[in-house]
Design a protein around this ligand. Structure first.
Ligand SMILES: C[S@@+](CC[C@H](N)C(=O)[O-])C[C@H]1O[C@@H](n2cnc3c(N)ncnc32)[C@H](O)[C@@H]1O
Length: 309
């Protein structure tokens, strides 16, 4: 199984798909959400799906996507959503719904050779898009101890981030990092609390940094607002508290920092109508069947008109 879609019905229902509308799935993966969106489009309308991963692109060349002229796959980072969707002939302010299901797929985590998981010894790569950018090994070998500490503590909430960052720098003085096994062995020496939890926090922090996941999310949210029509919906599934905070802030204030802006008369800018005041979380049943759903949160908002902001 490539990937079990998280909050599948809840997220697609929340888009209130109109047959004939224009939709974007920013994170195609195994295509579970895209498949349901296409079903609801009912033979009319368009779906554009993004994924920067080559294996996800391969999924888009199979049924039910291959040869479906309502469907277009865009092999790119979703941070380029506005530019790429416009290049497909879609005008700014005309998209009816955008879905993003962030992070990595089970397939990526379970592919031993990609370096995403501490469970397999592999090259330290961790890039979702293997066509460009530094690998996790490059980051470990070239980043200062201070910056490594920041990455580990902010993105992974690693408790002894300074100790581990200094140990990484000492290790690479002898020989540069090449494999996940080397990083795992270092974590074995320095872990605090639960061993496996510690490993996954360290790997998560590095992965989020390597793929600039928070930077890409910020650009996605900004592009999504511009591309959506008034009344169009944005549904985002997050797996990390920093991502969820950015989405929550953006839906409340129109910026990821959550800075409340006022117009000349002191009226607060509210570019979105919140559809979910509190995030939707998976049921016990879903978590029982798919532990990956455990930390997921779905937030949904509708773009307001300029007049009723
Ligand atoms: C959680 S999976 C999506 C699963 C999908 N919704 C499904 O039902 O199968 C996330 C996917 O988004 C892709 N992805 C993550 N960040 C991305 C980005 N910035 N640009 C493009 N694709 C991205 C990953 O490569 C991965 O395939």
């Amino acid at each position: 199984m490539y990937h079990v879609s998280v909050l599948l019905n809840e997220s697609v229902e929340s888009l209130q798909i109109k047959p004939g509308g224009t939709y974007v799935d920013a994170t195609f993966g195994g295509g579970g959400h895209s498949d349901l969106i296409l079903n609801k489009l009912g033979g009319k309308g368009r779906l554009f799906a993004f994924d920067q991963d080559e294996d996800a692109r391969q999924n888009a060349t199979k049924a039910p996507f291959a040869g479906n002229d309502q469907f277009s796959f865009i092999h790119a980072n979703f941070r380029h959503l506005k530019r790429m969707v416009r290049a497909e002939g879609v005008r700014v302010g005309t998209v009816d719904g955008i879905l993003a299901d962030l992070g990595v797929s089970s397939h990526q985590l379970d592919s031993g050779s990609r370096g995403f998981s501490y469970r397999f010894d592999a090259e330290l790569d961790m890039r979702m898009d293997t066509r460009e950018g530094p690998t996790a090994a490059d980051v470990l070998n070239q980043t200062s101890a201070v910056e490594l500490q920041q990455i580990l503590s902010e993105l992974g909430e690693v408790r002894n981030a300074k100790t581990l960052a200094e140990a990484i720098v000492r290790f690479r003085e002898n020989s540069p990092f090449k494999t996940t096994g080397e990083l795992t062995a270092l974590c074995e020496k320095y872990f605090m609390g639960d061993r496996m939890r510690y490993q996954s926090q360290v790997f998560q922090a590095l992965r989020m940094h390597v793929n600039d996941e928070l930077g890409a999310l910020k650009e996605l949210l900004e592009s999504a607002y511009e591309m959506l029509a008034v009344g169009g919906r944005l549904s985002v599934i997050t797996f990390h508290s920093l991502e969820d905070r950015m989405v929550k802030n953006f839906m409340k204030t129109g910026n990821v920092e959550g800075i409340v802006k006022k117009d000349f008369y002191g009226n607060i800018d509210r570019p979105w109508e919140l559809v979910t005041k509190k995030p939707i979380e998976p049921s016990h049943e879903e978590i029982k069947n798919n532990t990956r759903a455990r930390s997921s949160k779905l937030r949904v908002a509708e773009k307001k008109t300029a007049e009723n902001q």
